[in-house]
Unconditional design. Structure first.
Length: 263
């Protein structure tokens, strides 16, 4: 496995982004609907239904309703899902079934640029989803301004992290049906146990420590801190965690994908 070098990348990376964006534009009306309607369904289910049973509680000394608590986590989960599924199922289809990578390699693009462009596009989809969901949830008065504007860089950072994780899975799975395994073992536990639907303090000590290893835990904490103005020193550690994860996972994803395609 050969680690990618900076000299292997050029402005041509954005041609991959442009290609995917042009295809996205053809179906943008359908693509816009889930991020707009999903918050309404969750707020209706949790805000009207479950929140009545849970009542208010305190986070970092601030009283919150249950709806306020889960609203940021819904955006963080959307960031994860959009990036991860773009670089798993969608990238695998382009690589294996549609032979898109083969066609792109007939141009001046190299393989490293194609893979990085795919991950940049996945992060863009996370940014679009976070913007739409954040705007919709803001209409209910659940997010604080100007902190909610930090969703934009957080969506890009989180999107790159989960795009790299998805691309690593694409490089390792033998077939498209095998994606069920990393989803069951990784995405689903993160969705449930990363502070999304209940505070991590409710878990046993060993489970809290394990949750701190999950990238979604740090993304949820940072999104919640930004949108609800819950600042603490630990939140900067979450930023550092996500930055280090991107620095490690992005080149690893490129190296593994190059090895798979070349071999």
């Amino acid at each position: 496995m050969i680690w990618p070098k900076p000299a292997q990348f050029s402005h041509r990376v954005f041609r991959i982004w442009q290609r995917n964006f042009e295809i996205y534009r053809q179906n943008w009306k359908i693509s816009f609907l889930p991020p707009l309607l999903e918050p309404l369904l969750y707020i209706l289910a949790f805000g009207v239904g479950l929140a009545v049973m849970v009542g208010e509680f305190e986070i970092a000394g601030r009283p919150l309703s249950y709806t306020q608590f889960i609203a940021p986590s819904l955006v963080a989960v959307a960031i994860m899902h959009n990036a991860f599924f773009e670089t798993t199922y969608n990238s695998f289809v382009r690589m294996y079934y549609q032979k898109t990578y083969d066609a792109l390699l007939a141009t001046p693009l190299n393989l490293e640029e194609i893979i990085l462009g795919e991950m940049l596009w996945a992060a863009t989809k996370s940014l679009i989803a976070a913007t739409l969901m954040g705007g919709m949830i803001s209409l209910f008065g659940l997010f604080d301004y100007p902190g909610v504007l930090l969703l934009l860089p957080l969506a890009v950072l989180g999107g790159l992290c989960f795009a790299a994780l998805g691309m690593i899975c694409t490089a390792l799975v033998p077939g498209i049906e095998t994606f069920n395994l990393p989803i069951f073992l990784g995405i689903t536990p993160m969705f449930l146990f990363s502070g999304t639907f209940f505070p991590l303090q409710n878990l046993p000590g060993w489970a809290q420590s394990l949750a701190q290893l999950l990238p979604l835990t740090h993304l949820v904490a940072r999104v919640r801190g930004a949108t609800l103005t819950l600042w603490s020193g630990w939140l900067w550690l979450s930023i550092l965690y996500l930055l280090l994860a991107c620095m490690l996972l992005l080149p690893l994803a490129i190296a593994l994908m190059v090895r798979r395609i070349v071999n």
